[in-house]
Design a binder for this molecule. Sequence first.
Ligand code: PA5
Length: 467
Amino acid sequence: MIKLDLSNVSSKVIGDEGLDLASIFNEYNPKIQDIITGLNMKKDKPGSWLQWMNLGYNEETVWYVKEFAAMVDGRFDNVLVLGIGGSVLGAMALSEALLKPYWNFLDNEKRENYPKIFFLDNIDPDQITALLNTLDLRKTLVNVITKSGSTAETMSQFMIIKDRLYELLGDDYRKNIVATTDNHSGILRQLANEEGYKTFVVPDDVGGRFSVFSAVGLVPLALVGIDIDEIIRGIKIMDLALKNTDVTKNIAAQNALVHYLMDIKKGKYLSVMMPYSSRLKYISNWYAQLWAESLGKEYDRNGNKINNRPTPIKALGVTDQHSQMQLYSEGANDKIITFIRVGEFDNTLEIPNIFEYTGLNYLGGKTINRLINAEADATAVSLANCNRPNLTIHLPKINEYYLAQLFYMFEMQTAIIGELYDIDAFNQPGVEQAKNYTYALMGRIGYEESAHELNEKINSNKEIYSV
Ligand code: PA5
């Protein structure tokens, strides 16, 4: 199993900036018990948005996803995933971690004949044009993913690509499309029914940022040969472990409690996510969305205005030791830093002993593997020496089983900390508002009033400067 090392958040190590772990576990154990029992009891209640807790048991979806992947096996050179936010961040992070690095540059043999994979999660005209000029769409399977079925970014991408596919393939274009969307509602569901696309379902009561283990993440991952059975095995074992209501045995509860108390008692509301592996780089993006959208809320459940402040920061070890670490060590002591340390990398790379200089020969004959983990350990200790709280998640290896454990633990940790803050961690009114404003500015019927109001705001009180 993955492990959580909390030594450097303990007051034994970082003094007054830290927490007395034994005493807080003791004090909060009854509350954590209530929270975990409560989440498990209400997870099947419609409208509780907790169906993500059941995704490890969705054998039927796994079966259909694998059947589809087998059916299209060998037919496509590329998979192109269209989506934004929770609809793609999980699959992006997991595919980057689990596929061989530089996957799209590898030849067919090295990719074991699985397709290349591309994600479009922005609407930059230059990027989209360049991608369309690169990909042979006739040999591309397009997986369009949107729960609402109407998100402007995803649907505009889809409209451009569907049009091109139709030009190239005529009526057969639909064979190159697989849509993942709500089972009943939304324009994409309607389109899929009318035009006959293959579809998968974003289950009811699973929000975007908690959807990675539904068809949203599993379809693209299975299409490039990632072992989704191992993912399911990882979720199940972690789910079982996290059903334990004793905080001393539940790492998601511990991490939630530590982050919560570090915020409200010690003023450390910035949560830095810093994996020490380039393959894990996009985990920080996925985590940033999970943390920010779930916890950044204006009101608590009793309607008190709280403007909740936990704020994620994305970082990468060792790279950001040379860009952000100065701030973390000596700037405001308002952060709690999470390191992810990989036990065993797939490759071992020795540094040749080729220079006699004393400033270099200490490296020769050692491995880069040893260097990266030495740097992770050194950074953790050096921050602790400056009384900066940090914790390390030990990932034994980068594989489906351990990453599923890690992602599921973060999801549960987010749900638990949401309960500690007493907020609704599963809505996103701020995101919805921005979506509605976009519809208004783009002239969608029904949004005329907002459009008028917005245009007035945009055009008044302008202060634009130039040299
Ligand atoms: O987590 C969320 O709910 C959001 O980030 C959504 O995933 C994102 O806004 C995309 O929405 P949709 O899947 O409806 O296109």
